[in-house]
Design a binder for this molecule. Structure first.
Ligand code: AMP
Length: 282
């Protein structure tokens, strides 16, 4: 596996490998790779001949400067994990090289998809996601790109980006990977203490309870009860717990043949912002 740290190095490697004549897979990440990322790389490899994993802590998608500065950066370990999962190359340019100067993002307005939930809580976040993924798609030019359902709203945003600006590209969605405890894997979990990791399980439990409520036919009551439980939990600062249609990111309260209802949650534990979601089997 090779490490490519500039656009030129990427272009040269791609030419030497016959990239544009092959079925190629791409997995964009911000590094601090864990088993969730590895599952995406393995899925990409199972559907393509060559796989590039990008690693870039993208400044334009952070609305919190401290979150950006303290985001874990572990390139050496990431290289081993990417290789073990089947990557052929890691593309890790500087932000300045990828953006061709000072990293900047154009505002994107795609209704609730970019402005509800994560978009409302993290103003400008999806502007940065769209900016960096658009540039990465242009640079890497893959046949398919894999994204994790862990970032459910991001999946919707990327599907629209691909449809509008990269029509030949296939977006593949990979399931959310959890710790054996049930905690959704996240690079930010590294910032939690052991106690914080245990406290964070309350989010997973709330999602399970809402999923059960949906199966029992009273999803609204389950949502209200779980919101109350999380608000009463001193270790958790709840941002939102809601049921929505993953196609539109509009709240869902039943019905609609096409709808893809999910329960979603965002909360802080020990000052670490965590998100999680689960499909509702209605
Ligand atoms: P990140 O490095 O956090 O930007 O994530 C890079 C990609 O990995 C995104 O498509 C994420 O949705 C995905 N990902 C992160 N955590 C998980 C997880 N626990 N399960 C599945 N995919 C994940």
């Amino acid at each position: 596996m090779v490490l490519l740290q500039s656009l030129d190095a990427l272009t040269q490697w791609q030419a030497s490998m016959g990239w544009h004549e092959k079925v190629t897979g791409f997995v964009p990440t911000m590094g601090a790779l864990h088993e969730g990322h590895a599952s995406l790389i393995r899925l990409a490899k199972s559907q393509s001949e060559l796989v590039v994993v990008s690693i870039l802590v993208n400044p334009t998608q952070f609305n919190d400067a401290q979150d950006f500065e303290t985001y874990p950066r572990t390139l050496e370990g990431d290289m081993d994990k990417a290789q073990a999962a089947g990557a052929d190359a890691v593309f890790a340019p500087s932000a300045e090289a990828l953006y061709g100067g000072k990293p900047q993002a154009t505002a994107v307005h795609w209704g609730p998809l970019t402005h509800a939930y994560e978009g409302a809580r993290r103003p400008g976040h999806f502007d940065g996601v769209v900016a960096v993924v658009d540039l990465l798609f242009q640079a890497v030019h893959p046949t398919l790109a894999v994204f994790g359902e862990k970032d459910l709203q991001q999946v919707g945003v990327i599907e629209k980006l691909a449809k509008d600006r990269h029509p030949g590209l296939k977006v593949v969605v990979a399931p959310l990977v959890r710790e054996p405890s049930g905690l959704a894997m996240s690079s930010r979990n590294a910032r939690l203490s052991t106690q914080g990791g245990s406290s964070a399980l309350a989010l997973h439990q709330a999602l399970l309870a809402v999923q059960r409520g949906a199966m029992d036919g009273d999803v609204d009551r389950a949502v209200r009860a779980q919101r109350e439980a999380l608000r009463a939990n001193p270790a958790v600062t709840l941002e939102y717990l809601d049921v929505l249609d993953a196609l539109t990111f509009v709240p869902w309260s039943g019905g609609g043949q096409e709808a893809r209802p999910y329960v979603v949650v965002a909360a802080e534990v020990e000052g670490v912002r965590l998100i999680d979601n689960m499909p509702l089997k209605a």
